[in-house]
Design a protein around this ligand. Structure first.
Ligand SMILES: [Zn+2]
Length: 114
């Protein structure tokens, strides 16, 4: 259950953005999360809806989560594939020389409000 800890830092960053952007009433926080973080969406929403009342300007905010599939790229043949399981082998040429190019990110894409 690391969703609460994640949201704490999300709120820290979001609140800094809110102040910098002169937003008094945040309507929406758009969060991009890679699937490798294994976030439970319902738990995130639950924590968000509790924690938002502790921070000025977020009472009316809703959380929108944009999930990113984990994708690996093969360094040998350039193939990219969605990582279905913990199998980092290239499906085209069987090379083990692959790199994760998407799926472990986490950032606030945007903050909407007045
Ligand atoms: Zn390959």
């Amino acid at each position: 259950m690391h969703e609460g800890a994640i949201l704490k830092s999300v709120f820290d960053i979001a609140n800094n953005s809110r102040i910098n952007a002169n937003i008094n009433d945040v309507q929406k926080v758009k969060l991009v999360v890679g699937k490798l973080h294994h976030i439970v969406f319902q738990v995130m929403q639950m924590y968000f809806n509790i924690m938002k009342f502790e921070i000025i300007g977020f009472d009316n905010a809703v959380l929108e989560i944009i999930e990113r599939e984990p994708i690996i790229r093969c360094n040998r043949c350039g193939n990219t594939v969605i990582l279905e399981e913990a199998n980092f082998t290239c499906q085209v040429c069987n090379s083990h020389d692959t790199k994760l190019v998407q799926g472990d990110e986490m950032y606030i894409e945007s903050l909407e409000g007045n």
